[in-house]
Ligand binder design. Structure first.
Ligand code: BYC
Length: 330
């Protein structure tokens, strides 16, 4: 049985709810994709809206910490690279808002929920960027964490989300390399530059670990999201993967990761590591991080300042439609 659309069958009889659910469950069990016109349980739809909207908001809010350095980039080359990267994040936000719209919510609605604090975005973007090294550290660690989290999402059960992720991941891996390249250039520079990199890594390491969400035992959504194939790995599995990936990269760079508990465990075949400060995580998620108010105020201002662009685009589209209609009537 394949996933059923919500339309009635040719005989005029619509499938009942139990049949629809069975078809949905069978599609998930086969690791096939659910598409926008397929029937889906309401909770599956609302879970996707929650996750994809948060993801889209993260991309858009995530433009701010790095955007902060565009006017102060140390060279024309670095400025061009940073501009392109921040523009990519805007593109990622747009693919994701479009994916979310296929679930019956409008972008306007999502934006209002963000600026009114009714939907979340990633905790990581509530930390400030204090030096240019932070641009490299965000690329290396934050985009690195994003890749760990998002590569499995290319196989998520909802078609439009998985397809958006494929392109996003390609760009994110490019972003990660540019971050690593910036940091390795600084590490080959002066003692002062090396100290800047280390100080930046010390600030971003723990917030990067928090990006994967609370430990599995405290994650209310993981079990159901895994059962539905929305998430393919748990928060702790992805965090472990990120730590294992980052240790040799830190060695190659010549930086120290700020965790005395970070050691190779031969028996597990993974690194052991300490837990981040989960009280800090919950405080940041609830709005008390160093930059929450600033990030939302900036987003709200940009939305309000952009009202005339939306009005003009809507008027232009209406005018074009009228011209087409006049043409086909004559
Ligand atoms: N920050 O049950 P859980 C980027 C919330 S952007 C804030 O484990 P779930 C980039 C969670 O929402 C990358 N909130 O939830 C951009 C839930 O609250 P609600 C962004 C968090 O959904 C620019 C509650 O805590 N990536 O890469 O199963 C420049 C309980 O959590 C966080 C994505 O959005 C957090 N870190 O799992 C550079 C990836 N963690 O909603 C780079 C897609 C948890 O019940 N999202 N919460 O009120 C996901 O994979 C999952 O949503 C998460 C959380 C793993 C994040």
């Amino acid at each position: 049985m394949t996933a059923q659309t919500q339309e009635t069958r040719p005989d005029g009889e619509g499938p009942d709810e139990a049949e629809l659910l069975a078809a949905f469950d069978a599609t998930i069990a086969r690791h096939d994709r659910i598409e926008p016109r397929d029937w889906m349980p309401e909770k599956y739809r609302s879970t996707l809206v929650r996750q994809i909207a948060q993801h889209a908001h993260s991309e858009i809010i995530g433009m701010q910490p790095e955007g902060n350095w565009i006017t102060r980039a140390p060279s024309l080359r670095r400025k061009a690279i940073l501009l392109a990267k921040v523009q990519d994040e805007a593109g990622h936000g747009l693919y994701l808002y479009s994916a979310c719209e296929t679930l019956g919510v409008s972008r306007q609605e999502l934006t209002l929920k963000l600026v009114e604090g009714r939907q979340k975005y990633s905790s990581i973007f509530n930390y400030p960027t204090l030096s240019y090294a932070d641009v490299g550290t965000i690329g290396w660690l934050v985009d690195g964490a994003a890749i760990c989290n998002q590569v499995p999402l290319c196989r998520t059960s909802y078609g439009p989300y998985g397809r958006a992720m494929i392109r996003v991941c390609k760009e994110e891996s490019f972003h990660q390399r540019q971050g690593f390249e910036l940091l390795s250039t600084m590490m080959r520079g002066t003692d002062e530059q090396r100290a800047m990199v280390q100080e930046s890594v010390d600030r971003f390491w723990w917030p990067a670990l928090m990006m994967f969400g609370p430990p599995d035992d405290d994650s209310p959504n993981t079990e159901q999201s895994m059962a539905w194939g929305i998430k393919r790995d748990t928060n702790d599995e992805l965090r472990q993967k990120f730590v294992d990936m980052s240790v040799p990269q830190a060695e190659a760079l010549g930086v120290t990761l700020p965790d005395d508990g970070l050691v190779w465990n031969a028996e597990r075949g993974h690194h052991d590591f300490s837990q981040p400060d989960w009280d800090e995580f919950y405080a940041v998620v609830k709005g008390s991080g160093p930059c929450n108010a600033q990030r939302i105020a900036h987003r709200r201002r940009a939305h309000e300042d952009g009202a005339w662009v939306r009005d003009a685009a809507t008027a232009f589209a209406r005018r074009q439609q009228e011209t087409v209609q006049r043409g086909s009537a004559s």
